[in-house]
Design a protein around this ligand. Structure first.
Ligand code: BDR
Length: 313
């Protein structure tokens, strides 16, 4: 079954690889458009990076829209220390030729959801949730029209990666995450608890490189750049590979395990801002708003990723 999707992203090497995986899976995804988000780096660079990735994959026909330049109620926190000054350091990719759309990304999301049969569009969120939350705030009627949200966001058992208690995408815009989590839209969350199982060991990166196509080689080069920070930080045999967990879950959910629980985000405490409190043991009566993925088959994940990247130019 092919899902119609709108992708929000702030690439970021892991998200670039997620997008390549999506583009290598046309039987699973009909990509309607991509909305650049401010996050890993400023919006001017994330939107350019999206266009670079689409051109790398030979898909300049997919429209790129500009999202909001900053989180809903806070200054932007970036992760340039992980992703490099361009946000996508590693391979040398040409300056993109394709143009960004002039319609604002939030308007695009609202109009597309309203113009398409209800329950047919999935939102694939690889980034902070700013644009989705702004769309839900501006047009609450779209909530009932979204088929599902599948997002890389949050952490509980693995705690935080940008603060001791918060995962980056949620920390950047906790108010946006709060709006999304309260929206009653079916949500699947791929948190650090699962992405930290998906380590990009040298053997797994070698397989991507050995594909020999430009997308496989660029993916390996990107991940070799961004892993440096994580290898030092965690001391593991590879870095976590976050973004591709989203398409991998959508293509082959049987590779993953999770459960339907309540997840609530902290928006007030200075110490734990952006923490996603997951009621894994169902201790409370809070609504079960999230299918929370906690574990997955790393070998199956990398096999799938390698297979899908092999299909690209
Ligand atoms: C998330 O933070 C970003 O730096 C990555 O691109 C990923 O989306 C992981 O916490």
């Amino acid at each position: 079954m092919t899902r119609k999707i709108i992708v929000t992203s702030d690439p970021g090497q892991d998200q670039a690889v997620a997008i390549l995986m999506i583009l290598g899976s046309p039987e699973a995804f009909d990509v309607l458009g991509m909305i650049a988000t401010a996050g890993n780096i400023g919006l001017d660079l994330t939107e350019k990076n999206l266009r670079k990735i689409l051109e790398l994959a030979g898909r300049p026909d997919i429209p790129v829209y500009l999202g909001a330049p900053r989180p809903m109620g806070r200054p932007l926190v970036t992760a340039a220390h992980v992703h490099g000054p361009s946000g996508l350091d590693g391979p040398s990719l040409p300056e993109p030729i394709m143009r960004t759309q002039t319609k604002p990304g939030v308007d695009y999301m609202v109009e597309t959801l309203r113009a398409t049969a209800s329950g047919t569009i999935s939102i694939v969120s690889l980034s902070p949730l700013t644009n989705l939350a702004l769309a839900l705030k501006a047009a609450p009627d779209i909530a009932g029209r979204i088929r599902e949200i599948v997002m890389m966001a949050g952490a509980y058992f693995e705690v935080g990666n940008i603060t001791p208690s918060a995962e980056f995408n949620v920390y950047v815009d906790p108010e946006a995450a709060d709006i999304v989590l309260r929206s009653a839209i079916p949500i699947t969350m791929l948190p650090l608890d699962v992405t930290h199982r998906m380590l990009s060991t040298p053997a797994r990166l070698d397989r991507l490189q050995a594909l020999g196509n430009r997308c496989g080689v660029a993916a390996a080069e990107m991940l070799r750049f961004s892993e440096t920070f994580d290898l030092k930080k965690y001391g593991w045999p590879g870095a976590p590979l976050h973004g591709p967990c989203v398409p991998a879950y959508m293509i082959r959910p049987e590779l993953f395990q999770g459960r339907l629980i309540n997840v609530t985000v902290e928006t007030a405490s200075e110490l734990t801002l952006g923490m996603t409190v997951a009621d894994w043991w169902r201790i409370t009566e809070r609504p079960r708003n999230v299918f929370y993925v906690r574990d997955g088959d790393a070998d199956g994940y990398y096999d799938l990723l390698t297979e899908r990247l092999a299909r690209l130019p």
